[in-house]
Write a protein that binds this ligand. Structure first.
Ligand SMILES: [Zn+2]
Length: 427
């Protein structure tokens, strides 16, 4: 992959050429790549493209020398060197949650002079410091929207202290913005409010009397006014002076690069007048989108939890039914007392159905019924005869009935005083 494979202004080519000649000890490429959450259409913040720049620079560094190199990364495919350079590059794949230090130590022991690390984080900073101390040239990436000296301070906070930094190092920030549709963009003077913004922001270099492009939308851009995206670069160089002081040079400032893109009509005035405000707005939108997605996901999870709880209750009920059927089956095998068996069936039916009362009828060959057992009613009902027609339909199927079942009189006590516990309402 080469720099010429994607659109960029000549200033980037010049800055990269200078970076290669500088033989900097450390090169850090920053950018924000926020992956959309599951179920989210897409991120409002375009992927920065820092990984592409990392690969471009890594490939160029490999081709510019002949010393051994090492890639230490969780993903072994973080960088694929050109075929001619593959023998020079040793790939150390770090299992997730394992420290990088051991793998970097092996790379140092094997004499590697160039180290490629997929990410600069709190976890990897110790290994990177060890590589810098061993005199290796290190190129790595960091997830950050910071640039310039602010980015250097972030690197310091991750664990690479001031005195551990090499005498010369470069920091790059890459971000990406949607570009104006070339089919419908047109040039127009800025509005009074935009002129006021320019004054408030105090950005030098944007001419308030110049015309800038806007795109109202057309069929080509599906009325969005935007087609594709363009990368923006911020490139800085730091050098330790003889007196120990650090000197920062803005080799290519983000504002300068964005302004040039606006003058060429690639970006709108509002895209470039306040780049940090644009980033802030995109992050706020992304945050709101994440919040909305998380709330929806939470609702789905809560609904599924209720479904699972219900399914679990059904399962428990079925398990209890199976146990009851097994108990009844054992009673059928072992018991010779029909009344006792019927009483057990009544009790299990009440338990399974969460019923208060049950009655067990037995038919004789003459289609007369007899109450064989009750649960929840007075035991005096047992043995009472009931007309079969009250229980069966003409097709000899069980008849459904409301209220008290046949043979049980509402006026009669449901419980005998002897069967109730002290304090029972039926007593
Ligand atoms: Zn258009």
């Amino acid at each position: 992959m080469r720099l010429d494979d994607f659109f960029h202004l000549p200033a980037v080519t010049d800055a990269f050429a200078r970076l290669m000649q500088d033989q900097a000890g450390l090169i850090v490429i920053a950018g924000l790549d926020l992956l959309p959450l599951k179920g989210e259409a897409e991120s409002t913040l375009l992927p920065s493209g820092r990984t592409t720049i990392f690969r471009v620079l890594a490939e160029t560094l490999l081709q510019s020398g002949d010393a051994p190199a090492a890639l230490v990364a969780v993903d072994g495919h973080a960088f694929r060197p050109p075929r001619a350079q593959r023998r020079r590059l040793t790939v150390w794949r770090v299992p997730p949650h394992e420290p990088y230090a051991a793998y970097v130590a092996q790379a140092i022991a094997q004499g590697a002079r160039l180290l490629l690390v997929d990410h600069l984080t709190v976890e990897t900073s110790t290994a990177i410091v060890a590589a810098l101390r061993a005199g290796m040239q290190v190129i790595t990436q960091i997830t950050s929207a910071a640039r310039g000296v602010t980015l250097v301070r972030e690197i310091e906070q991750l664990g690479v202290a001031d005195h551990q930094l090499p005498d010369r190092f470069w920091v790059l920030n890459i971000r990406r913005l949607a570009q104006l549709c070339p089919a419908c963009r047109k040039s127009q003077p800025i509005t009074p409010l935009q002129r006021l913004t320019l004054t408030a922001v105090g950005r030098p270099g944007l001419d308030p009397d110049a015309s800038y492009s806007v795109a109202a939308g057309c069929d080509h851009c599906q009325r969005l006014g935007r087609v594709g995206s363009v990368a923006l670069f911020d490139i800085g160089r730091l050098e330790r002076c003889a007196n120990g002081a650090m000197h920062f040079e803005a080799v290519l400032a983000l504002e300068q690069y964005a302004r040039e893109l606006a003058l060429q009509g690639v970006l709108a005035f509002d895209d470039v007048v306040d780049l940090d405000a644009v980033m802030n707005r995109q992050l706020t939108q992304q945050f709101a989108l994440h919040q909305q997605t998380l709330a929806q996901t939470n609702q789905v999870l809560e609904r599924r939890l209720v479904e699972l709880q219900h399914a679990n209750e059904v399962l428990e009920q079925r398990t209890a039914a199976m146990i009851s059927f097994q108990t009844i089956g054992q009673a059928l095998i072992s018991s010779t007392n029909l009344h006792d068996l019927a009483q057990r069936v009544c009790r299990h039916v009440c338990e399974l159905c969460h019923a208060d009362r049950a009655v067990f009828y037995m038919f004789d060959p003459a289609q007369q019924a007899l109450i064989l057992a009750v649960s929840g009613w007075d035991a005096a009902y047992v043995g009472r005869a009931v007309a079969g027609s009250q229980l069966l339909t003409r097709k000899h199927e069980p008849r459904a009935f409301k209220g008290w079942p046949p043979g049980i009189r509402r006026s009669m006590p449901m419980y005998s005083a002897a069967s109730c516990a002290p304090g029972c309402v039926f007593r």
